[in-house]
Ligand binder design. Structure first.
Ligand SMILES: [Zn+2]
Length: 111
């Protein structure tokens, strides 16, 4: 027989694959843990974001009744045309249908 299989070689390879599998499972466990943390964080942020939008919407309604000042009306116009008017991103384009909490605050917030 030309290709005699070396048993100890098979054993070594099997041991190596077993070790790799063990490491893979460990990595997956760590990743799963991190993923659930990220998802929990994300859910928390989504709730906070919704809440902030609610608060700002309410301020918006109140402001509508009072009427916006000229400078806020100008910011509102820019925002409606698709530009950020918040401090951090002023003048940059909004993505399609993007809403920016900071812009809304700059236009409608109390400050
Ligand atoms: Zn903005």
């Amino acid at each position: 027989m030309a290709d005699r299989i070396d048993k100890s070689d098979i054993y070594e390879r099997f041991a190596a694959v077993t070790q790799q599998t063990r490491e893979l499972v460990e990595s997956m466990e760590v990743l799963t843990e991190k993923l659930s943390l990220v998802l929990a964080d994300n859910a928390k942020l989504a709730i906070e974001n919704d809440h902030l939008h609610e608060v700002i919407k309410k301020q918006h309604e109140e402001k509508k009744q009072e009427g916006l000042s000229d400078s806020r009306r100008m910011l509102q116009k820019l925002y409606q045309e698709g530009f950020h008017v918040c401090n951090d991103m002023y003048g940059k384009r909004l993505e399609d249908h993007e809403s920016c909490t900071f812009c809304l605050d700059a236009i409608y917030g109390r400050h």
